[in-house]
Structure formats: C-alpha cells, structure tokens
Design a protein around this ligand. Structure first.
Ligand SMILES: *[C@@H]1O[C@H](CO)[C@@H](O)[C@H](O)[C@H]1NC(C)=O
Ligand SMILES: *[C@@H]1O[C@H](CO)[C@@H](O)[C@H](O)[C@H]1NC(C)=O
Ligand SMILES: *[C@@H]1O[C@H](CO)[C@@H](O)[C@H](O)[C@H]1NC(C)=O
Length: 367
C-alpha cells in the first residue's frame, strides 16, 4: 500500500516536472533585426522565425536606465505588432547594448546594487510598454574578474525581478537571454556559469568574427564550424560551454548573414590563410550576404565551399571574401539540431538576400 502510494506520488511529481519543463522553449529559430540596417520591419518574413531580437536599445551611462533613441522609438514600439502580422505566434526580445556600445557603461552599471536596479526596472517597464516578450543583454564584453562577478549579480537580480513582475502583474514572465562570447571563457576570464544557467532562458553564442581584415592580416573562415589545429571555431566554442556545465538545450548557435572582404597580396594565392593587405570593398571589409551575392554576379567571382571547415569563400582578382552561403548555414543548423542545441540565431535579418539563408536555416531545422 505504502509502496503503491509512493509510486503514485513519484509518478505525479514526475508528471508535474515534465509539465513544468514543457513550458520552456522548444526551439529558437531566430534573427536579430538591426535598426542601423534601415531594413523595414514590415518587410521581415517573420514566418521563418520563432523569435526576433530588436536591436539595439541603449544603456544611458548617466541614469543607468535602458533607453531607445528618439530616431528608433516609432519602429521599436511598433516592432512586435508589426512582425506579428505575418506570424501571430512569434516572440520578440528587446536587445540592449551591442558591439558598438560602450562596455565601460555596462561595467559601471553592474558594479552597484542601486544602478543595477535602475537598469533592471527600466528594462522591464520598457519591454512591457512596447509589448516585447523578453529582454536580451548584449554587453560586449565583461573584461575583468570583477566585471564577470558583477554580470552574475546582474543576471541573478534581473531573473528575480522578472519573476516578481510576472507574479505581481499576472503576465507571462519576460524571457531573458544574452549574447555571449563564442567560448565559456572570455580569453582567461570565466563566465559565471551557474548564474547563467539559473537565470537565462538561453544563450546566444556569438560563433563568428573569428577572422576579419581589421584583426587578421591573412584570409580566414570568419565563422568556421571546424578549424583543425586551432581553438577558433563554432564547434570548439559550443563544446566549451557544454563542458563548463551549460546544458546543450540552452545554447543557440550564431550564424552570420555577413562576411569579410580582404585584398589579397597575390591574386594567385587565394585559399584560407593567404597573406592580405587589409580590407577590401568597404572600410572594414564587412559586407552583407546580399552585397556578397551581388559582388559575385557582377565580377563572375569563383565560389568555393569548404566542407571540412564549413565556410564559403569567393575571389575575383585580388578581392577575397569569406562568408556563409547556404551550404554553411545548412551544415551549421544540422549540427545544432544533431547536438541537441536549442536552435540558432542570425545576425542580421536585413543582410539576407531575398530570404535565401533564412529559408535554408528554417527548412533544415524543420518544424
Ligand atoms: C516586486 O513587485 C512589486 C510590484 O510590482 C514591487 O512593488 C516590488 O518592489 C518588487 N520586488 C522586487 C524585489 O523586485
Ligand atoms: C601579420 O600578423 C602577424 C601576427 O600579428 C604578424 O606576426 C606578422 O608580422 C603580420 N604580417 C604582416 C605582413 O603584417
Ligand atoms: C579546407 O580548408 C582546410 C583548412 O585550410 C584545408 O586544409 C583543406 O585542404 C580545405 N579543403 C579543401 C577541399 O579545399
């Protein structure tokens, strides 16, 4: 009798646990929309995604509050309603910070309880007033031991605050995510793994920008999935996060919808790791996928897919461009699915070429 009761209780507990877990995300097939791209929000084919990140809201270094610049307010406040027209179940997150924001402002905000509270409270009220379903932190990057600890405090308090806000308002809890470095440590600094696991719904792993003409004087696969003999690859980075203790189903793999153009020293030396004279085409060499496809057709460039590394490149004369085309995107999305990751995200949706990469990713994951 007792054993039977125990069995029943155990079954019930297990059932409730399953029920609880099933309220988490099943899949994240996502992209960032960058306000700077000027890509019209109403043109986003939101049926190809489960989540969209609206980028970027700013951290005001004077008030420590999250703010949206006046130029962006109309598009940000209408973002969710606009993208829900084509996909009524899509969820949206307001992304804060970004690669060109001041890392020191985040470090300062995270250093004291009172300034963290200003940030957290303002982020929640902004998300609610604009109708976002979540918040995404893009602090690039905490760069001291103290800053990593303060990131942990911030995430802990942020999670407590969104839980509390949900309980008191009766609204579904806001999602919390963060875009983090490709590895579970930022060079020698460890991320606060336990707090990340407990507080974030998932991590966007920035598995790109490995090689670029501003910091590499040789060509290279900018977002290699594999890179034999090096620690610079998406696969290496994902494995560091899993080894550090983050469950694979909280990891979302970053896909670049852009590439980098270099000028070759010698037009006849056009493989990976060929000597270069710096960026080509644009000041920093960055080009959206659509621009790269234009370059290829206008210059009849030679296109190469390297399946060992999982990267595409093309060259014409002394111009060499490393990027992800459909083969790379498909291989990476398959990798994410086969390794039990939660999904993928792209930076950024406006750089795609007539939805080619977005569709390849979405179809590869399947429904
Ligand atoms: C919890 O929410 C209530 C109502 O919004 C608020 O007054 C209170 O300060 C919050 N507590 C914490 C710890 O955030
Ligand atoms: C390229 O960069 C490497 C590593 O920083 C450096 O050792 C080398 O001298 C550089 N080569 C040229 C041609 O600038
Ligand atoms: C792919 O790139 C790697 C790294 O540069 C190289 O060793 C390999 O030969 C390339 N594969 C092909 C088929 O070109």
């Amino acid at each position: 009798m007792a054993a039977k009761l125990l069995g029943f209780l155990f079954f019930s507990f297990h059932f409730l646990l399953q029920l609880h877990l099933s309220t988490g995300q099943n899949v994240v097939r996502a992209a960032y929309w960058s306000a700077g791209s000027e890509f019209p929000v109403s043109d986003i084919d939101s049926k190809l995604f489960t989540h969209l990140f609206c980028a970027f809201a700013d951290l005001d270094s004077q008030t420590n509050q999250v703010a949206v610049s006046s130029a962006n307010q109309a598009r940000f406040s209408a973002f969710t309603e606009t993208v829900r027209q084509k996909n009524p179940s899509i969820e949206t997150l307001l992304s804060i910070g970004g690669g060109s924001s001041e890392a020191s402002a985040f470090a300062s905000m995270a250093s004291q309880a009172s300034t963290r509270k200003s940030f957290i409270d303002s982020s929640i009220s902004l998300a609610r007033s604009y109708g976002f379903h979540g918040l995404d932190l893009d602090w690039e990057h905490p760069s001291t031991v103290t800053e990593m600890n303060n990131l942990g405090l911030l995430l802990n308090e942020w999670k407590a605050a969104v839980d509390n806000e949900s309980t008191s308002s009766g609204n579904t809890r806001l999602l919390l995510s963060a875009a983090l470095f490709r590895n579970s440590d930022y060079f020698t600094l460890k991320y606060p793994i336990q707090v990340i696991e407990n507080s974030l719904d998932w991590i966007n792993v920035m598995a790109y920008d490995f090689y670029g003409p501003r910091w590499s004087n040789v060509t290279g696969p900018p977002a290699a999935l594999y890179n034999p003999g090096t620690r610079v690859s998406g696969d290496y980075g994902i494995r560091t996060w899993i080894q550090a203790g983050i469950p694979s189903n909280k990891l979302v793999l970053g896909l670049p919808f852009y590439g980098y153009a270099w000028q070759l020293v010698d037009a006849n030396n056009h493989g990976f790791f060929a000597p270069t004279n710096g960026p080509a085409i644009s000041a920093d060499g960055d080009l959206g996928y659509g621009q790269i496809k234009n370059f290829i057709s206008q210059n009849s460039a030679t296109e190469v897919y390297n399946a060992t590394v999982v990267s595409n490149y093309c060259y014409s004369g002394r111009t060499w461009i490393g990027y992800d085309d459909t083969e790379s995107i498909t291989a990476k999305v398959s990798y994410a699915k086969e390794n039990g990751l939660l999904g993928y995200f792209a930076w950024h949706v406006g750089a795609d070429d007539d939805w080619t990469l977005s569709q390849a990713a979405s179809q590869t994951w399947g429904s």
